[in-house]
Design a protein around this ligand. Sequence first.
Ligand code: SF4
Length: 170
Amino acid sequence: MGDIQEFSDLKFQGIKINYLYICKRKLWLFSKNITFENRSDKVLLGKVLHEYSYPKEKTKEVLIDNLIMIDILSDGSIREVKYSSKMKEADIMQVMYYLYYLKQKGIHKQGIINYPKEKRKEVLELTPDYEEKIQQALREIEEITAKSIPPPAQKQKICKSCAYFEFCWG
Ligand code: SF4
């Protein structure tokens, strides 16, 4: 993979990359539009944090190709705001995906993940290793979401705060 034509066949929302690293079943359910995310307190908290943590900062929310919504900061970097760093790998991969996506369009950016509650941030640069990982992740997402049944539920810590908890374990 690598050229833009192939890439355009594999356009996915960054959230799917995030879910791939959190739970493959969650990814499958989300991809079928089975979504209860609005009821999740964590998601709501994330939105509130986003709005109130950086009130004075000049940002532009940009929707790219109707697929991904990202914040562009005044210095040109892109940003995600996360409630906690518990899902760090998933969050990093989500931002790396945005950087990868933009790179296919000839736009080179730095990524930032803000964890306002922990008062810290991660600064990310897309490396060849991460590009390779993103390409693999996109292929894996395609395989999982093409299946007619979801991967089996597997109990893990995050199930408690997952919007699909009732669906999987109720
Ligand atoms: S409740 Fe657990 S198994 Fe079910 S989708 Fe969420 S994380 Fe995955």
